[in-house]
Design a protein around this ligand. Structure first.
Ligand code: FMN
Length: 420
């Protein structure tokens, strides 16, 4: 049986993952001074690395210091020192598994109180009803900004390889910049980046080409893609199928399927589409439709917490199962599965009516577990979500003050580099 949970997976780059279990990217919101990984982040990754997971995908690392998903985001740009990243890669490999860095640009999904830029394919803001003001108003990117951003992804990937990471995953899901370009609801451009799916996928494909041109062939390059945005007339499964076909000739190792965005937060198990609601492995129906004809190996993430579910996912033809929440609660879950055990506890579900708030609270609750693990404590999945939200807000405010103070210096360093 090829897709057995503890069988290795060989990728096109030649990289071999020791089993079929990956920790999916979870933004840790834990950057230290200078938006760099620090000791807490390393200790979190050491814990995961020794828990049996074959592949660790980091939380998204920002390619542009002026565009962060949150004030405690890690940035790897031309000015960042490499040593903290080298240590991060070493921590992630402590158990003999691989570590890939997820790289991302948030585009328009930037909180209104953040300094820096709010860019999108078009000047179409995030629509969150009464919460819409939480995000900045985007401006449409110029062709020069698009090209400079493509180069930033490549630079971050090249530096990730230099630091010792085994690969990168380009985040083109969850409503961030590349996913905004793919979406017909957000991308209203009439130039070569808008209109047809080929045009909307151009930036993603250029990013992959630019990365492949600067990393070695043995370095893995993966893409996280929405199987659907779960919005009427949005990016759908048929679009996903076509984009996967476009990625195939570009030496991509793997496509991770997810779904949703801030506007339709399916990625935390609360999609607006009833088909995927309240289920384990809630994207599996969509993945089944995609897996048959897929020319690339697929990874599926979302709602997997039990071995039986993971095995059902693999039996459908998916090559790798991704888990976020389950590994935040039980960092050694793969090892337990190998010993015939399951997790003792699950995360307390957030059942608030307001979908946007419930999604934010679920994320805060997961991040609360990450912070506990990073401090050498055990997760506490029964924590009340309101407590997690309040404690997160306090930390975010502190991180925002620090980011505001740091950014002008970082911009100065970058400008000096360009003119020297
Ligand atoms: C706290 C938190 C942070 C996340 N950050 C990221 C991220 O940085 N990049 C990403 O692609 N997905 C991110 N996700 C989504 C997860 O990768 C995953 O797709 C989602 O949590 C569903 O999987 P799960 O049910 O196993 O948690 C995050 C999820 C959580 C809970």
């Amino acid at each position: 049986m090829t897709n057995e949970l503890f069988s290795p997976l060989s990728l096109r780059s030649g990289q071999v993952l020791k089993n079929r279990i990956a920790k999916a990217a979870m933004e840790e919101n834990m950057a230290g001074d200078g938006q760099l990984p620090d000791e807490q982040l390393l200790s979190l990754y050491r814990r995961w690395a020794t828990g049996g997971t074959g592949l660790l995908i980091t939380g998204n690392v920002m390619v542009h210091a002026e565009a962060l998903t949150g004030p405690a985001g890690v940035v790897l740009d031309e000015s960042a020192p490499l040593e903290p990243f080298t240590e991060w890669a070493r921590a992630g490999r402590a158990g003999g598994g691989a570590i890939w860095m997820q790289i991302n640009h948030p585009g328009r999904q930037i909180q209104a109180d953040m300094p820096g830029v709010v860019w999108g394919p078009s000047a179409v803001g995030v629509d969150l009803g009464r919460h819409s003001k939480r995000f900045g108003r985007p401006v449409a990117m110029t062709p020069e900004q698009i090209e400079a951003t493509v180069n930033r992804y490549a630079l971050t990937a090249r530096r990730a390889e230099q630091a010792g990471f085994d690969g990168v995953e380009v985040h083109a899901a969850h409503g961030y910049l590349l996913s905004q370009f793919l979406s017909p609801l957000v991308n209203k451009r009439t130039d070569r980046w808008g209109g047809s799916l080929e045009n909307r996928a151009r930036m993603l494909l250029d990013v992959i080409r630019a990365i492949r041109a600067v990393v070695s062939p043995s370095f893995a390059v993966a893409v996280k893609l929405n199987s659907a945005d779960f919005q009427r007339r949005g990016f759908d499964a048929d679009d996903a199928r076509q984009v996967i076909a476009m990625l195939e000739p570009l030496a991509v190792d793997l496509v991770e399927l997810s779904g949703g965005s801030y506007e339709s937060p399916a990625m935390t198990g609360r999609p607006t589409d009833a088909r995927t609601q309240a289920r384990e492995a809630y994207f599996l129906d969509l993945a089944r439709d995609l897996v048959g004809g897929s020319p690339l190996p697929l990874m599926l993430t979302g709602g997997i917490t039990r071995r039986e579910t993971a095995e059902t996912v693999l039996a459908s033809g998916v090559s790798l199962v991704g888990m976020g929440t389950a590994l935040a609660v039980t960092p050694d879950l793969p090892e337990r599965w190998q010993e015939g055990r399951e997790a003792d506890r699950q995360l307390r579900p957030v059942t608030w009516k307001d979908k946007a708030l419930a999604s934010a609270a679920s994320m805060a609750l997961v991040r609360h577990q990450l912070r506990r693990i990073a401090k050498g404590r055990d997760p506490r999945p029964g924590t009340h979500p309101a407590f997690a939200v309040i404690s997160e807000q306090r930390k975010q405010r502190r991180a925002l003050r620090r980011y505001r103070a740091w950014l002008p210096t970082a911009q100065g360093t970058a400008a000096a580099r360009r003119t020297s």
